[in-house]
Design a protein around this ligand. Sequence first.
Ligand SMILES: [Zn+2]
Length: 259
Amino acid sequence: MRPPRFHLLGFGVLFVVATLLHATLSPRSTLWGPVLVHADRHATVVALTFDDGPNEPYTSRILDILKARGVKATFFVVGVNARTFPDAVRREAAEGHEIGNHTFTHPYLIGEGGRTMLWQIDETERTLQELAGVTPHWFRPPHGFRDPRLFPKARRMDLEVVEWSNMPRDWTRPGADVIVERTLARLKPGDIILLHDGASTWHGGDRGQTVEALPRILDGIEKRGLRPVTLSELARAPGAKGYRNYVDDREPADLRDCE
Ligand SMILES: [Zn+2]
């Protein structure tokens, strides 16, 4: 039998490893840096976000639904997909949606060198400026994974890191009914809802179920007395000041200034 100090050391190492893994993988951890997860739970708004696009015909079908319902959302665009479907990015911008940076080729950022990480963010920003005249304010790391190197780079580029609080796992294609049910069952005021119009850099990834689910998700949001808005609107909404899950050294006033 080992002396107790070896057991204690083992538990200590396990605890540290678990903490670092949680900080890297969990959308809710702010250990590595400030991350927007949701707005204040007293807010009357939620933010709909779509990742991995553009990816046609699904992006256009989502834009059609949002337009018909008068709803603005946030699209986390992958740079290489924007190059393939530039008209979709231009339409997102022209119709008043917010466009976020989701890297150029959707890599696991934690496996990349610092220079590559910077290039992934910077090249996407250049692409979005060139194609649609848009400078993103929000950055969402692929898969939500991040490490401490990301935050100074994002800050230098005036980007804020955002994760999510409501994820119905639409990319597993569980059926439109399940996507609706999962989203609405966990829906809370201030939520950031994560859906997908694309599939990493894979063009033609089938997002038909997400498209089919969207009108019913919008119905459910409205039925709860909530209003779907862009991320920047969510951050400015009354009651969203000083998000409980958002730790930053800046005052909320700074967030209201940036768009
Ligand atoms: Zn993604």
